[in-house]
Design a protein around this ligand. Sequence first.
Ligand code: 13P
Ligand code: SF4
Length: 307
Amino acid sequence: MIKKDEQQLIQAIRNLKKEKSIYIIAHYYQREAIQDIADFVGDSYSMAVAAKQSPGNIILVAGVDFMAESAAILCPDKMVLSPEPLATCPMANSISAADVLAYKEQHPDSIIVSYVNTPAEIKAVSDICCTSSNAEKIINRFPQETNIYFIPDQNLAVNVAHKLGRKLDYFASFCPIHARVTKEDLVKQQEAEPGAMFAVHPECGPELVAMADYCGSTAGIINYVLTSPADKFIIATECGVIHAINKANANKQLFLASEDLICPNMKSITLDKILYSIEQMQTIITVPENIRVRAAMALEKMIAYGS
Ligand code: 13P
Ligand code: SF4
């Protein structure tokens, strides 16, 4: 079979998604062409909200598995397609429901706050979810003395705890991509690009966050760069955000804090896989109803409190 070139693939996806009324939601870490064909591109919080508000009954989620699963949890009446169900988040998979229940048994009065980077089974045993865009707001809803168990990202937990000046218990896992950025990488870039502002994702280590001019979610970083009067930035998050910023034609000079900021799972989604997915209507993401209902409560609470 002759491999269609990129323009043909894009046109075929555009035609078919129109014909079948499929709404494509993509994360900022997606490949450039995928961001360009999507109906909505956003951070993990706004992707969840966009799924709920999407027109029509079929959504394709171009992002890792927990993102498609969140759409399926929040939209039980819609069909949610994943073009690559094996695209996963190693940090999300590092914790089990048994880990959470064991903590809960030892700390029965605790509140479980789970990052959206978790599978449905973990959300189902959580009191509330959060993303990097609303973690501070969500934690602040609880009185200072509340014993909060924040799972599974230790960097986000430590960064939020430091910002809010309160104690959080946390599960000790981390994003292998953001954890790659070292202080030495940053200092090297700062020496090469003097005067550049530094924006960091809170999945990076606290030593980097301490050196940042801005810390926030992918959408937060993009907004910070686009609204800042500065024109030169060093960015510590996955490289996909560079395309999202460049699309605004704001004439910003952008440098990644490290060459290694590529999430292979996010990048495993391709135009070919999206076309196959919408041709074959595969893979439909479903969550067992008993888990979905409890996970939906934690996600809906996040949307109610964290927007
Ligand atoms: P955002 O919620 O900031 O988009 O982050 C998602 C993620 O997986 C970061 O690695
Ligand atoms: Fe998971 Fe990190 Fe990839 Fe985000 S960048 S999906 S946290 S592995």
